[in-house]
Design a binder for this molecule. Structure first.
Ligand code: ADE
Length: 224
């Protein structure tokens, strides 16, 4: 899978993509991530990427020309399945979306900054708009990193034990929340691991895990 990220703050991704699973996926050539500095597509000698909003109002708006130039270059080189704008008013990102995008070959993620982007970019150049939650970040970069992280771990070969993925919260058809998990020691400062998990009775354990998972599903409403 190839992901192209278009951003005005490319350095924000350095840490996010140089560790653990994402680093491994890149090394194994299961994932290619390219970060494009939108500034380099800016206008004139000052590489201008923003302008005042028509009709007044505070804040600067990302212009359409640099974004269009950057997208056009990429689209000339290969076909993209989706061109996604990370925005707080987009579709709420869930595990269902992660599974959907993990099946794609080439994706572009556009990260906003300032007051926003010219609406014509959204109307004519973008295929999907994704939000990672009902709150405003300073830009789309952290949201894009969240997107990449959740999608990459679903790519075949990235996580060796595929069973581990299947038992994650939200991963199965019923959107179930994973039950609590414990490890050694069985007692710490008087806090005990539930006895059934130490019993060795697999049937009882399976039943207990199912009941716990159902209890969590009732208390948390994660329907999407
Ligand atoms: N850009 C700024 N805030 C965002 C959010 N909550 N989700 C996605 N992109 C964003």
């Amino acid at each position: 899978m190839r992901i192209d990220i278009v951003s005005l703050v490319p350095s924000l991704f350095q840490g996010a993509f140089s560790h653990c699973l994402i680093k491994k996926a890149i090394q194994q050539n299961l994932l290619q991530v390219y970060i494009h500095d939108l500034r380099s597509y800016g206008l004139g000698p000052r590489k201008q990427v923003d302008a005042y909003p028509y009709g007044g109002g505070s804040g600067m708006v990302i212009r359409i020309e640099p974004v269009h130039q950057c997208f056009s270059k990429l689209v000339r080189e290969r076909n993209y399945d989706e061109i996604i704008f990370m925005t707080p008013d987009g579709e709420m990102f869930t595990q269902k979306h992660a599974k959907f995008f993990a099946k794609k070959k080439n994706i572009i993620l556009l990260c906003g900054r300032y007051k926003g982007i010219d609406q014509r970019i959204r109307d004519h150049l973008i295929s999907k708009e994704i939000s990672i939650g009902h709150y405003i970040l300073s830009g789309g970069e952290l949201a894009a990193a969240v997107f990449v992280d959740s999608v990459v771990r679903l790519l075949p070969g990235v996580i060796h034990n595929q069973n581990s993925i299947l038992t994650d919260s939200f991963q199965n058809e019923t959107n179930a929340i994973a039950p609590p998990i414990y490890t050694r020691p069985s007692i710490y400062q008087g806090w005990k691991v539930p006895e059934v998990l130490l019993s060795g009775n697999h049937k009882k354990i399976k039943n207990w895990l199912q009941v716990k998972s159902m209890e969590l599903n009732k208390t948390l409403d994660f329907t999407d």
